[in-house]
Design a protein around this ligand. Sequence first.
Ligand code: NAI
Length: 227
Amino acid sequence: MILKEKGISKAVISRLPRYYRYLGDLLDSGVERISSGELSERMKVTASQIRQDLNNFGGFGQQGYGYNARVLREEIGKILGLDKVHPMIIIGAGHLGQALGNYGFDKNGFKVVGAFDINPDLAGMKIRDVSVQMLDELPEFLDQHVVEIATLTIPKEAAVEVAQILVRNGIHAIWNFAHTDLNLLLPEDVVVENVHLSESLMRLSYNLTNIVGAEADRKKKIGAEKR
Ligand code: NAI
C-alpha cells in the first residue's frame, strides 16, 4: 500500500503500532471482539478517533458487532509490514547494541542476522546466535546477505560515516540510536527512525513538573529529610 496515494496522515500511521500492541494484548487475554467504545476506554483515545483512524483502511468494524480483534490486528500488521520478516543488523555491539540484540524483536518479524563493531575485544562475542564481526567485514556481509534494517548503537561522531557505508551498500532503513538526526543527511530514499530515549524522559519530567502539587510534595519531603 502506498501511503501517499492513500493520503493517510503520518499522525494516523504513528498511532498504528499502539493499536497493534493493544489488540495483541486483548487476544492474549482471550478477547476476540471489541467495540470502538471499549477500545477507546482501554487506550484512552476517543472512540471517534479510533473509528476515524481505522476507517482510513476500509473500516474493519461492523455495526453492532464491533471489531474482530484478530482480523483487525492482522490488517494493521500488514499495513505496518509486520507480515514479513525483516532481516536486521546491529552496528555497535556495546551495552545498548547487546541489549537490543538480546531482547529479540523476532516475534514482530525483526530478525537480527549480524552484529558489527570496531573493538577487536568483541570479535566473535555471541549476541544470541549471532557472532560479532568487525566493521571492515560489513560491505562483504551486505553483499552476501539480505539485510533490510541497520540498527546504529554507536557514538554520534561515527554515525554519519557508518550510515554512508550502509547506504552505499544498499541499506534503505536505519534505526538510529546515535544522538544525531541522520535523516537530514542521507538520500531521500533512505528511511531513518531516530530514537532518543532522553526525549521521552524529558516529556516525563515536564509532566511531573506540571502536575499540581508534585513540586510542593518534593520540597516537603526534602524538608522532612533535612530535619
Ligand atoms: P557503548 O560504549 O557500550 O557501545 C558503543 C559501541 O560502539 C562500542 O562497542 C564501540 O566499540 C562501538 N563503536 C564505536 N565506533 C564504532 C564504529 N565506527 N563502528 C562500529 N562500532 C563502533 O555505548 P552504549 O551505552 O551502548 O551506547 C551506544 C550509543 O547509543 C552511544 O552513542 C549513546 O550515546 C547512545 N545512546 C542512545 C540512546 C538513545 O535513546 N538514543 C540511549 C542510550 C545510549
